[in-house]
Design a protein around this ligand. Structure first.
Ligand SMILES: [Mn+2]
Length: 256
């Protein structure tokens, strides 16, 4: 079902993306197929959660976790989302696509999410900036602002404490690999200069745990393989995934 839907959506969306969204025949169908995928992911996550399993979603692009976040919100109403990302992903729609990777957090804000905390954001449009700086549920730690404060002598430790203090007890982590420095994910679809170092990202996750917050679910997305023989993107992605799994286990009651 998914393979056929993907093929159809790719065929229909190619002329739309290549025209920058001006050519929009087939758009409604692509949006319908995207909604079907979200519903499928939602059902799968609910299924595994009902069996007591820890669930992490591995993308794929950043639109893929929409259904997973909605499933966790059913279980943990008011849950917070910690998004590590170079992009705000707050567009209402991108090139007409209502479920694109550029709109995922806009769509998450339409749910009953308790709080959205963004870290590392350094690429956004006017409307995204307005939403990020005015929406009562959103707090965005722009990459340039974090780096400026580090340059002025603040510690990453204190910044991480400030970030996690804004989150409720139950937290879902949406980890877009492009939140890291491009040197750590050179083949991801939309790399942006700047970003978190590996140990900064893992220290942030550790701080979440130390502050007594629970990582209830997570996704890792936008990890893209390099050319044949180049394993670097996958290598870094696997290490991030390992850390996320470890933190989810700790949150579920495993010992340090
Ligand atoms: Mn993203």
């Amino acid at each position: 079902m998914l393979v056929a839907a993907n093929a159809e959506a790719c065929r229909l969306s190619a002329p739309i993306t290549s025209s920058g969204g001006r050519f929009c025949a087939g758009l409604d169908r692509v949006n319908e197929l995207s909604a079907q995928l979200n519903a499928w992911v939602f059902r799968r996550v609910r299924h595994w959660r009902s069996q007591g399993k820890l669930v992490g979603l591995v993308g794929g692009e950043h639109s893929t976790p929409q259904g997973a976040i909605e499933a966790f919100l059913e279980e943990y109403p008011g849950m917070g989302v910690l998004q590590i990302d170079a992009h705000a992903d707050l567009r209402e729609a991108y090139e007409g696509f209502s479920h694109s990777h550029a709109s995922i957090m806009h769509n998450v804000l339409e749910t009953r999410v308790g709080r959205l905390v963004q870290v590392g954001v350094r690429d956004y449009c006017d409307s995204e900036y307005r939403l990020a700086t005015s929406h009562p549920k959103v707090r965005t730690f722009f990459d340039f602002a974090l780096k400026e404060r580090l340059c002025q002598g603040e510690s990453w430790h204190s910044l991480c404490e400030e970030i996690v203090a804004l989150l409720p007890e139950n937290v879902y982590v949406s980890f877009d690999i492009d939140g890291l420095e491009p040197a750590l994910c050179p083949h991801t679809g939309t790399p942006v200069a700047g970003g978190l170092r590996f140990h900064e990202a893992t220290y942030l996750l550790k701080t979440l745990h130390r502050a007594g917050k629970r990582l209830v679910g997570f996704d890792l997305n936008e990890v893209a393989p390099g050319p044949e023989g180049d394993q670097w993107d996958g290598n870094v992605g696997a290490r991030v995934l390992y850390k996320l799994c470890g933190l989810a286990l700790l949150s579920a009651g495993a010992r340090d």
